[in-house]
Design a protein around this ligand. Structure first.
Ligand SMILES: [Zn+2]
Length: 393
C-alpha cells in the first residue's frame, strides 16, 4: 500500500519487483485490496514509455479509508478529517469549555469528531486510525502523558483513554516532534534524515531527527531547548530555574523586554493570559511596532547565539524555525542572519517564508504512517467488514 501511495499508477509487475515476490502473489494481494475498496485501477504510468500491451496501474482510492488528526495546544484545539491519501477533507476548531479538565475536553473532541464523520458520511469501519498530538511531555512509549503544565492536565494514560473513547487505534506524539516527523516524511523536507525543528511561541520547544529517527534522550527530553541554560543567574523561567533560554529568546522574553509582563507563567491560566497578550502584541499595528520589532530582533539574535554550538554538534542538514515567532519576519530573519554570521552553513527554513505543516495535519500524517501504511494495519478486519457490507447490499 505504501508503494502504491508513493507511486500512483504503479502496475502489478513493478510492485512484484519492488516487494520481491512473484507476480502471482502480488496479483492475489492486489485483488484483496481491490475487493476491500482501498485500491483502484488506473492507467499505468508506464503506458507512455512502453509500447505493446497496455499495463493497468494502481492507485489508492481516496474514499477507501479515512483518518482523524487531533491537536491539543493550550490555546488551540482542532480536529482534521483526511482521506488515506492525506488529503484534508475538513478541519474543525474545537473550543473546549474546560480545557484544564481532560475528560471534559475529550468529550468536546469526541462530539466534534462524530459531527465530522456524520457530515462526511464516513462509516466507522472506514476510519482506519487517529493521530493525536499534544503540547506536553510523554513517556518513552508515547502512551502516558507525564506533564502538560500549560494545558493544566495531570499525568494519565493518554493512549488508553483515547482508544477507549473512540474504539479505534490511536497513536500519540508530542506536538513539536509530530510536526518534525511530518515535515521529514511528507512535507517539502521529505526524505530528510537530519533535521532540527524549533518551535518559538510564548515558550520554546524543539525536536531533533537524526539518521531518520527522532532523538529521545535518556528522560525523553531531547529537543527541549527552552530550558537549556543561557544566562547564569538570569531571570526566573516558568520551570522555576534561572536564566533558561526561554527567558531571553522566546515570546515571553519579548513581552518581558517590553514591560508587558515581569513574571513568568507558572499556571495554566497565566500561560493562556500571556499567550493572548503575545498574540495581540505580534499583531499590533500601533506606534509600539518599532519597539516590538526591536525586542523581536534581540530575541531572535539570542536564539541563534545560544543554539549555535548545539546545532553545530547535531549537524543537521536543515534547521526549521516555526511557531508564531517563526512566522514573525523580524524575529526569524534575525535568527537566520545571526547564525549564518557565526558560521552555520546548513539550510535554514523559516515559517515566515514557507508554510510548515500544521500540528493538526501533522497528526493526520502520524496516523497514516503509523496506523495505515504500516505493518500494524489490520487489513483482515477491514476486508471482512467490507465483505459483510457487500453481502448485505
Ligand atoms: Zn526553564
Amino acid at each position: 500500500m505504501g508503494l502504491i501511495q508513493e507511486h500512483p499508477g504503479i502496475d502489478r509487475t513493478e510492485l512484484a519487483l519492488s516487494v520481491g515476490v512473484s507476480n502471482a502473489a502480488i496479483t492475489n494481494i492486489v485483488n484483496e485490496l481491490l475487493i476491500a475498496g482501498i485500491v483502484t485501477e488506473t492507467n499505468s504510468q508506464q503506458n507512455l514509455k512502453h509500447r505493446g500491451r497496455r499495463r493497468v496501474g494502481l492507485q489508492i482510492e481516496n474514499k477507501g479509508g479515512f483518518v482523524l488528526g487531533i491537536n491539543v495546544l493550550a490555546s488551540y484545539v482542532s480536529i482534521v478529517l483526511a482521506d488515506i491519501n492525506g488529503n484534508l477533507i475538513e478541519e474543525k476548531e474545537v473550543k473546549p469549555q474546560k480545557i484544564k479538565d481532560p475528560a471534559h475536553t475529550f468529550s468536546d473532541i469526541k462530539t466534534a469528531a462524530d459531527i465530522l464523520l456524520t457530515e462526511h458520511r464516513v462509516p466507522l469501519s472506514r476510519l482506519f486510525g487517529i493521530g493525536f498530538s499534544v503540547a506536553g511531555y510523554l513517556d518513552k512509549k508515547r502512551e502516558t502523558l507525564e506533564r502538560a503544565p500549560y494545558i493544566g492536565w495531570p499525568s494519565f494514560h493518554l493512549k488508553n483513554k483515547l482508544q477507549n473513547m473512540f474504539g479505534k487505534i490511536v497513536t500519540v506524539e508530542n506536538v513539536t516532534r509530530c510536526v518534525a516527523l511530518a515535515e521529514s516524511k511528507f512535507g517539502a523536507l521529505k526524505g530528510l534524515k537530519d533535521l532540527v525543528l524549533i518551535r518559538s511561541a510564548l515558550g520554546l520547544g524543539g525536536a531533533i531527527i537524526t539518521g531518520g529517527q527522532l532523538l529521545n534522550g535518556n528522560q525523553n527530553f531531547a529537543g527541549d531547548l527552552g530550558h537549556i541554560l543561557a544566562v547564569p543567574g538570569g531571570k526566573i523561567c516558568s520551570c522555576g530555574k534561572c536564566g533558561c533560554l526561554n527567558t531571553v529568546a522566546s515570546g515571553w522574553a519579548i513581552m518581558n523586554k517590553l514591560g508587558t509582563t515581569d513574571k513568568s507563567y507558572e499556571t495554566a491560566n497565566q500561560f493562556l493570559t500571556q499567550n493572548i497578550q503575545l498574540r495581540n502584541l505580534l499583531n499590533s499595528e500601533s506606534s509600539d511596532k518599532v519597539d516590538v520589532n526591536a525586542a523581536a530582533v534581540e530575541a531572535g539574535e539570542a536564539l541563534a547565539k545560544h543554539l549555535f554550538t548545539t546545532l553545530q554538534i547535531l549537524n543537521p542538514k536543515v534547521v526549521c524555525l516555526t511557531g508564531p515567532l517563526g512566522r514573525h519576519k523580524k524575529y526569524s530573519e534575525a535568527f537566520r542572519n545571526t547564525i549564518i554570521s557565526m558560521g552555520f552553513d546548513q539550510k535554514i527554513i523559516l515559517a515566515s517564508e514557507r508554510d510548515i505543516i500544521t500540528p493538526a495535519m501533522a497528526s493526520v500524517y502520524l496516523a497514516l504512517s503509523e496506523l495505515v501504511y504500516s505493518p500494524s494495519f489490520n487489513f483482515e478486519q477491514i476486508l471482512s467488514s467490507n465483505q459483510k457490507r457487500v453481502v448485505s447490499k
